[in-house]
Design a protein around this ligand. Structure first.
Ligand SMILES: *Cc1c(COP(=O)(O)O)cnc(C)c1O
Length: 430
């Protein structure tokens, strides 16, 4: 209760989060959450799956329609599990080799090498890629993107089995086409981790990895795609479907959280209907928020490129080190005022001696506030609230009252079906 109440009075700006519609909530709270269904639809090893199979089939069909592809596996229970399925399919059991984004420059912990040298830059290891030797692609800090020439050289020298694109700090489309060709030269598969940008891609923005050369694309279903917490893997490679399927089950899944599959089916239906409009606004809001913060004196990265092409912006807050502190301190200050944001490493943090626990950046996302119905003028309001806290040093208690007041008008979920409408057809299955 207290958490719900608090979030209804807050400005949620975490780039990896979103909010589900009432129809999705209903599906996720249904009896499906008590059931088991192992394996592929129609080939289950449990009884009682009649309707579960129907909704999973619908979910796969809608995913294929949204991503314009021939294979969708909606069973991975999270983005990380979808990545593991891809690693399983595309790399050798022992001493597999992968090239991907460095974690400290925006890669995800599930790209984290256990043994790679550069992985020790921060954690030592996350261990998800246990058994895979990881070599990081080169990154251009000034462009906040992969450096094509230097990365091509790394791929040619390292000869990986998998080249993986995508990341958690993800402002601009990755050069999948250019580096994918180099990957093919050395016989590597091309993977794309769309955890953050899966909604943008499905709705036709950002980039189109499956048509730019990716053999498989993995995702979380709850970041820009506003669904329940889950994962999905899609592909257009007919010849790889069996492998991809069997690398998921019985390898990495048993039951696969059927209530979330039901909720995800509704999410895909919602996005096929409203995604074009929703995600256009998500991206426009991100640019507008970047601009508004920039105009108020905050150091938003990538002004020369319009700040972003995605749902996120990154702010360098190192100038506040002596007054407020770094990312962790600013995160706590904003939280006191009901502004929920997350700290993030800047690509140059580690080389400048900052630690991931208290990095020099903030990552701000507009997926959730857009779904709550906010537009460009609210981006200016939010920038103003943030400025009052970090630049004017106004008291967080005072700003908190302003935030609560501001949020009052934004309590409904937008870009979803109303109770009386079409999506509720899907609910007949449970
Ligand atoms: C969030 C994220 C994941 C993991 O997603 P979960 O659904 O939390 O398991 C994987 N890759 C990237 C790039 C991410 O940002």
């Amino acid at each position: 209760m207290e958490h719900h109440d608090w979030f209804k009075k807050s400005i949620p700006l975490i780039a990896s989060e979103n909010i589900t519609s009432p129809a999705v909530d209903e599906a996720c709270a249904s009896d499906f959450s008590h059931r088991y269904a192992e394996g592929w639809s129609g080939q289950r090893v449990y009884a009682g799956c009649t309707y579960i199979d129907q909704i999973e089939d619908i979910c796969m069909e809608l995913a294929k329609e949204y991503y314009k592809c021939i294979h969708a596996d909606v069973r991975p229970v999270s983005g990380v599990v979808a990545n593991l399925v891809m690693y399983n399919a595309f790399t050798s059991d022992n001493n597999g080799k992968m090239c991907c984004m460095s974690i400290v420059r925006g890669g995800h912990i599930s790209h984290g090498p256990r043994f790679a040298k550069s992985g020790r830059e921060i954690y030592g290891t996350a261990g998800t890629t246990r058994g895979i030797n990881v070599e990081y692609l080169a990154f251009d800090n000034d462009e906040m993107n992969l450096d094509i020439d230097a990365s091509a050289k790394i791929i040619r020298e390292f000869e990986p089995e998998l080249v993986l694109f995508g990341g958690s700090v993800f402002l601009f489309p990755h050069p999948v086409k250019e580096l994918g060709e180099v990957a093919k030269e050395v016989g590597a598969y091309v993977g794309y981790d769309a955890a953050h940008v899966s909604g943008l891609i499905g709705s036709g923005y950002f980039q189109d990895p499956l048509r730019e050369g990716a053999d498989a694309m993995t995702m979380s279903t709850h970041k820009t795609l506003p669904g329940p917490q889950h994962g999905t893997l899609v592909s257009n490679r007919e010849d790889l479907i069996d492998t991809l399927r069997s690398c998921a089950f019985p390898a990495l899944l048993s039951n696969h959280h059927l209530h979330n599959v039901a909720g995800l089916a509704i999410t895909f239906a919602e996005m096929l209907e409203f995604g074009k409009d929703y995600h256009k606004n998500v991206i426009e809001n991100a640019k507008a928020l970047g601009q508004a913060l920039h105009e108020r004196g905050l150091k938003v990265l990538m002004e020369h490129k319009g700040f972003t092409e995605s749902h996120q912006i990154v702010v360098d807050i190192t100038e506040f080190e002596k007054t407020i502190g770094l990312g962790g301190d600013i995160e706590r200050l904003l939280e006191k005022a009901n502004i929920i944001i997350n700290r993030n490493l800047l690509p140059y943090d580690i080389s400048q001696g900052r630690h991931y626990q208290n990095p020099g950046g903030l990552r701000i996302g507009t997926s959730e506030i857009t779904r709550l119905g906010m537009g460009k003028s609210e981006m200016v309001d939010i920038a103003e609230l943030i400025k009052k806290l970090v630049i004017d040093k106004e008291s967080p208690n005072k700003i908190k009252d302003e935030v609560i007041d501001f949020r009052k008008e934004f309590q409904e979920i937008h870009y979803c079906f109303q109770k009386s409408s079409k999506a509720y057809e899907y609910l007949k299955f449970y």
